[in-house]
Design a protein around this ligand. Structure first.
Ligand code: NDP
Length: 450
């Protein structure tokens, strides 16, 4: 049994109750073996056994009072995974499904993603099993304040800098920043994704979706093709999906779908981004509202989807952008996409494709951009926000967007050069994992056993 397989078997015994965490680790470990074979120091220093364990996982009670005067209790977490190359960095997710296993999967992915950006940021992730849906503005504020009442002890601008994720956008980051400031009396860049009025960076809102499209462009160009004129399907209707659609239009492609957890929109003329923003960012409504505002757009509720599938992937397209959540694209979906002639899959969400779907894309030889490379634009721009905060500067939109483009290009080059080094030129899963891993592993070795 190889070193990677051996470590994986041990983890399966130990963390059987954390399936998505095991899935994320398996995807990484199974591609690292060529690098482990090439350099035995990683086994000698037990890097795999060390890198799969978070440095620290904090779990805490969050209690708050709702609008009816009733006490509510939630569970909050911060997983400080790896600080070998910089302070912990990674988003906060507020969703009823949040548990330690999900945050360990996201935090583990974040280590390699952050390393790939070439910036000095370690990996972390956090959140709570709080459901912002249906809560009043004041309830959301009270929850964010209660969450920060504990989190503030564990974070700081050179220690751990959280950002947003599912259920946490500019509004929530603002409430948490305000409470951190009140508790610590310190005005520092402790959170990213802030409003530009108090230290936020221009282009941070757009960064993950834009970055995903920049990455897909690099993949297509490397094959002598382009996204221009292509019909694209996008899943999700949140931050990542909206700005992925916006950038697709800007480069001459046409996004024709979006979805939320209740249903999907198919708009053959192309998704109207201004309407989508109005529905999701302003009204915070369901996508049925989009269909009301755009005659001709077709709404399909999830109850009409084929069993176990997301109907978005059945819409014929040349490029697909999963931007909703983990495991939203399975093997059946992958087969339908390939049969319909899809040439490019670029992941905006974290681990949206199941392992067998990933294998199907790699076997078919299409352009496949794994999440930790393709969606790294968000965290990279968060680091640019940290740099602006630390130097008390505010760069204009174009400056940040140009840096984002440069970083996405760097990530693509680094993943594809590494894939070539290991004789598998188009396998960006292997390239991204090994490139991200080596930098962190070498830093861990240099810093000793501590
Ligand atoms: P948002 O909360 O803004 O949006 C998530 C969207 O996905 C919502 O429209 C949501 O619908 C939809 N969705 C969630 N679950 C499902 C499901 N099971 N089926 C269909 N639709 C679903 O989150 P983000 O856009 O910020 O994040 C999306 C993904 O991108 C996540 O995987 C996140 O980890 C990843 N990501 C985000 C980054 C960022 O900068 N924001 C950075 C890197 C990765 P509904 O509202 O109905 O729940």
């Amino acid at each position: 049994m190889s070193y990677a397989q051996n470590v994986m078997e041990g983890l399966k015994q130990k963390y059987a109750s954390e399936p998505v965490f095991l899935q994320a680790v398996q995807e990484v470990l199974m591609t690292l073996q060529p690098a482990l074979d090439k350099d035995p120091k990683y086994q000698k220093y037990k890097i795999l056994e060390r890198i799969v364990e978070p440095e620290r996982a904090i779990s805490f009670r969050v209690e708050w009072v709702d609008d009816k005067g009733e006490i509510q209790v939630n569970r909050g977490y911060r997983v400080q995974y790896n600080s070998a190359i910089g302070p912990y960095k990674g988003g906060l997710r507020f969703h009823p499904s949040v548990n330690l296993g999900i945050l360990k999967f996201l935090g583990f992915e974040q280590i390699f993603k952050n390393s790939l950006t070439g910036l000095a940021i370690g990996g972390g992730k956090g959140g709570a099993d709080f459901d912002p849906k249906g809560k009043s503005e004041v309830e959301v504020m009270r929850f964010c304040q209660a969450f920060m009442n504990e989190l503030f002890r564990h974070i700081g601008d050179t220690i751990d800098v959280p950002a947003g994720d599912i259920g946490v956008g500019g509004r929530e980051v603002g409430y948490m920043f305000g409470q951190y400031k009140k508790l610590t009396k310190s005005y520092e860049g402790v959170l990213t994704g802030k409003n530009v009025l108090f230290g936020g960076s221009l282009a941070r809102t757009e960064a993950t979706g834009y970055g995903n499209v920049y990455f897909a462009q690099s993949m297509m160009e490397s094959r002598g093709d382009s996204l221009e004129g292509k019909t694209c399907v996008v899943s999700g209707a949140g931050n990542v999906a909206i700005y992925c659609c916006e950038k697709l239009w800007q480069i001459g492609a046409k996004p024709v779908t979006v979805c939320d957890s209740r249903g999907m929109i198919y708009d053959a003329d192309g998704i109207k981004v201004d309407v989508l923003k109005q529905v999701k960012e302003v009204e915070r409504a369901s996508l049925t509202r989009y269909a009301e505002l755009v005659p001709g757009a077709k709404y399909t509720p999830v109850t009409d989807y084929p069993a176990g599938r997301n109907a978005v992937w059945s819409v014929p397209c040349e490029a697909a952008f999963p931007c909703a959540t983990q495991n939203e694209l399975n093997l059946e979906d992958a087969k339908v996409l390939l049969a319909n002639g899809c040439k490019c899959v670029s992941e905006g969400a974290n681990m949206p494709s199941t392992l067998d779907a990933v294998h199907a894309f790699l076997e078919a030889g299409i352009c496949y951009g794994p999440a930790k490379a393709a969606n790294a634009g968000g965290v990279a721009t968060s680091q640019l926000e940290m740099a602006q905060n630390a130097s008390m500067q505010a760069w204009d939109f174009e400056t940040v967007d140009n840096k984002l483009r440069g970083i996405m290009k760097h990530i693509f080059t680094s993943a594809s050069e590494t894939a070539k080094e290991f004789g598998n030129a188009h396998n960006l899963v292997l390239g991204a994992n090994i490139a991200g891993f080596r930098k962190v592993a070498d830093a861990m070795i240099a810093q000793g056993v501590c």
